[in-house]
Design a protein around this ligand. Structure first.
Ligand code: CTP
Length: 411
């Protein structure tokens, strides 16, 4: 997430860990600033055993945040303010700092800030080879990688003041650290969808009872828009068919706005004819009014019964004429999620379904994050951590490309 205004300098938080490599931190700060970044610094308590606050402050743009400054009376919560950066890099990451972050600790300023950093995080470890290879450290690294964190090094070479640390464990060079940190802000997109057509449905449908009343749901459309934008950035021709949402048309994408499930069906089936991938994120109303009144219905005394009739299942229709297309659905379940999603994928002939849980905090309708489980028709599944919707879109497309390549090994 780039929180800077377009064209403004990216902001980078440099966290300095308690390792001998902390002495290289000022060089990292200088390289980042030379490349146009605004830098802020946190030094952990043990980092200050290796490097002084003064050397860090001289190389940074401002004060050095430490556990001491965290507890100074101030109007803001320092760990939250510092977390509002475009990217964070942990220089001289020690085994203990990795463990604190992987354990979700907030016991010091560095770990508390890492819990709330919104942008990408790059770890640059430096430690003794035996420590680095220990299963505990490797488990922490794997956990952080699973959350989308990035790693640079450690490298092979001499390190330590007396060269006692020869072997694996040396920290990467400041120039490479600065380059890798800034590269996270503009990761090169694979162009693996060039020449392919992707159809995405998004948002809710509205099932009108009369001209001014309808049945609907709170779908925001954010997930579908993220898939459409990610597919476009990877070179696909994208058609986005969306129900009423407050998002504006993304550039370079053909957007068709619809209201009802029947309109959605027509638009999706038409666009899907020559499509290679169809992703149904739309929250389609399962029913519509059996009779839609042409005039506004006045209220009457007593209870009213509305007769509903089922809407066509668009994903299932696509599944009946699947051809070479890859089909992806979404499902919301509150119980027996994996079994139900696998059965749904079978019934609708979808390649996989991303299952989410409407009851989980922060991942429900309208949020910017999603926590999904990829479920295949054979019942196998992968639980993904809580990710931004854009990151979910990226992984969804990675899986779709894998399936497509398996189906057509020659391409
Ligand atoms: N879907 C669709 N057409 C419908 C209903 C759903 O294409 N009429 C798609 C959704 O876009 C989603 C997937 O099917 O990708 C799963 O939707 P869901 O509503 O969970 O499935 P249902 O078969 O309606 O199951 P349930 O009985 O749980 O409502």
């Amino acid at each position: 997430m780039n929180t800077s205004a377009p064209g403004s300098a990216p902001s980078v938080l440099v966290i300095v860990g308690g390792s001998m490599a902390a002495v290289k931190a000022p060089a990292v700060l200088r390289r980042l600033r030379e490349r146009g970044a605004r830098v802020q610094v946190i030094a952990t308590q043990s980092a200050l055993a290796f490097i002084t606050e003064l050397s860090l402050a001289t190389a940074a743009d401002g004060e050095v945040a430490t556990d001491a400054t965290w507890f100074e009376p101030r109007p803001d919560a320092q760990h939250l303010t510092l977390a509002r950066v475009d990217a964070a890099v942990v220089v001289g990451a020690s085994a203990d700092l990795l463990a604190r972050a992987a354990g979700g600790r907030a016991s010091d300023l560095a770990s508390a800030t890492l819990l709330s950093v919104a942008g990408p995080v790059l770890w640059v470890p430096a430690m003794n080879e035996r420590m680095w290879r220990h299963p505990a450290v490797q488990a922490n690294v794997a956990r952080l990688r699973g959350w989308g964190h990035h790693f640079l090094g450690p490298e092979v070479g001499a390190f330590g003041t007396r060269g006692e640390g020869a072997g694996l464990g040396r920290m990467a060079e400041p120039e490479d650290i600065a380059a890798a940190t800034l590269a996270l802000l503009h990761p090169p997109r694979p162009h693996d969808l060039a020449g392919l057509k992707v159809v995405v449905s998004a948002g809710p449908t509205r099932e009108y009872l009369d001209p001014v009343r309808f049945i609907s749901n709170p779908s925001s459309g954010k997930m579908g828009f993220a898939v459409a934008e990610e597919a476009r950035s990877r070179g696909a021709e994208v058609v986005l068919v969306t129900g009423p949402v407050s998002l504006s048309d993304p550039p370079g994408i053909q957007v068709t706005r619809i209201e009802t499930a029947l309109e959605l069906r027509d638009a999706v089936l038409e666009a899907a004819r020559d499509a290679d991938l169809v992703v149904m994120t739309a929250a389609v109303a399962d029913y519509r009014a059996a009779e839609r009144a042409s005039e506004k219905q006045a209220k009457v005394a007593g209870d009213v019964t509305i007769r509903l009739t089922p809407n066509p299942d668009i994903l299932a229709e696509l599944g009946q004429q699947k051809g070479n297309r890859v089909l992806v659905g979404f499902a919301m379940e509150t119980h027996a999620g994996i079994e139900r999603a696998a059965l749904k994928a079978q019934r609708k002939n979808a390649d996989f379904i991303l299952l989410n849980y409407p009851t989980r905090e922060g991942t429900a309708f309208g949020g910017d994050d999603n926590e999904v489980t990829l479920v295949r028709p054979d019942g196998t599944f992968e639980e993904w951590p809580r990710l931004s919707k854009r990151e979910v879109a990226r992984r969804l497309l990675d899986e779709a490309v894998r399936i497509r390549n398996k189906q057509r090994p020659e391409t």
